[in-house]
Design a binder for this molecule. Structure first.
Ligand code: ZN
Length: 165
């Protein structure tokens, strides 16, 4: 009769392992919006990680499907990783399936600047942070993001996230 006793003792242990661990909340490492804007490249390099610097300051693109925000649906505000400016609301985020966090509109038209981008033999509209000039991504008028028809395809590495309190 020893066997059933052992099983019973093990049950609580096995039960613990089967539960999903709660998702780690994602927040900005540090809100730097209160700090003065870096005056030069050296200052930006100090503030940003290598990848953040490559995307935000050198207009790079992160590899698709690598952002922690690509499939992230918490309620809150997405801010510029460079300067902390509030850029997008989680309410306008949608799954475009393109591999980058996508929004159908900016929080406020004045928060982002749209610039015609002719690089890579394409005519695209680049989206930059209006406050610090950091490269965020591109906006496409391809009907995916409803109700506006716009798809702000944004590098997750350019963003921080402030959870709704
Ligand atoms: Zn910024």
């Amino acid at each position: 009769m020893r066997f059933p006793v052992i099983i019973l003792l093990l049950l609580p242990v096995l039960g613990c392992g089967s539960g999903k661990t709660p998702a780690k909340p994602i927040t900005m490492k540090e809100d730097q919006s209160h700090l003065p804007m870096p005056a030069d490249d050296a200052g930006w390099k100090q503030r940003l990680t290598e990848e953040e610097y490559r995307v935000l300051r050198l207009k790079g693109t992160e590899r698709p499907f690598t952002s922690e925000f690509e499939q992230f649906w918490d309620s809150g505000t997405y801010v510029c990783k460079g300067c902390g400016s509030e850029l997008f609301s989680s309410e306008t985020k949608f799954d475009a399936g393109c591999g980058w966090p996508s929004f159908y509109q900016a929080m406020d038209k004045s928060k982002v600047k749209e610039i015609t981008d002719n690089s890579h033999n394409m005519i695209r509209t680049e989206v930059v942070c209006a406050k610090c000039g950091g490269h965020l991504g591109h906006v496409f008028n391809d009907g995916y993001g409803q109700p506006t028809g716009l798809r702000y395809c944004i590098n997750g590495v350019s963003l921080g996230f402030k959870k709704k309190q």
